[in-house]
Design a protein around this ligand. Structure first.
Ligand code: HEC
Length: 166
């Protein structure tokens, strides 16, 4: 009896995971080719995804100034943070692990949204539409990672680098 119940849950998660990855990825298994394709993006856009791109989220960060070229030192510090605190749940590809893969995250989300999410996770999960949509597909709440503002900014730079931004 218990086992049948477990199987149903596992099957349910499987279905959601499939939906989740098909939402995130344009119909192309090649990670690199579709990265900057607006056409691919338009097809997968939903109201919620658009809300994510246009929204700055909820928190202290209202205006993040990005540098061009990106700051290699910050990106490298951000990579260290990723490897110690984020790696267990996030891949650098588009693939879902526990949380969404990071590839393309800087196209899906405004820099302020990312910074607010990292530093104000609980409030965003309670109130932000795009964060809640992520939670629906991932099934767990991302725990607050207690990063300093500086570490959060470093991670953002690492995400930009991972997305091939210059
Ligand atoms: C225990 C697993 C876990 C860890 C560790 C974790 N995350 Fe997450 N993360 C998630 C989940 C799950 C989501 C999706 C939202 C939700 O369900 O809470 C998410 C969502 C995100 C998103 C939004 C992605 C998108 O495409 O919208 C970002 C950005 C993010 N996490 C950054 C980080 C950073 C930075 C760290 C490390 C400092 C980190 N996460 C550590 C589980 C985790």
């Amino acid at each position: 009896m218990k086992r049948a119940f477990l199987l149903i849950i596992i099957a349910g998660i499987g279905i959601i995971a499939v939906q989740c990855s098909s939402n995130q990825q344009p119909a192309n298994s090649n990670n690199v080719a579709t990265a900057d394709s607006n056409a691919g993006k338009a097809k997968t856009d939903t109201v919620v995804v658009l809300a994510g791109i246009n929204s700055k989220g909820i928190g202290r960060f209202k205006n993040i100034q990005l540098t061009h070229p990106l700051d290699e030192k910050m990106a490298s510090n951000g990579q260290d943070v990723y490897q110690t605190k984020c790696f267990a749940c996030h891949k650098l590809t588009k693939e879902l692990l526990v949380g969404p893969g990071w590839y393309g995250v800087t196209d899906r989300r405004a820099p302020e949204w990312i910074m607010n999410w990292i530093t104000n996770t609980k409030v965003m999960l309670d109130k932000d539409l795009a964060a809640q949509a992520d939670m629906v597909m991932c099934l767990i709440r991302m725990p607050n990672q207690d990063l300093t503002d500086e570490q959060a900014r470093d991670v953002l730079e690492f995400m930009r680098k991972n997305d091939g931004k210059k």
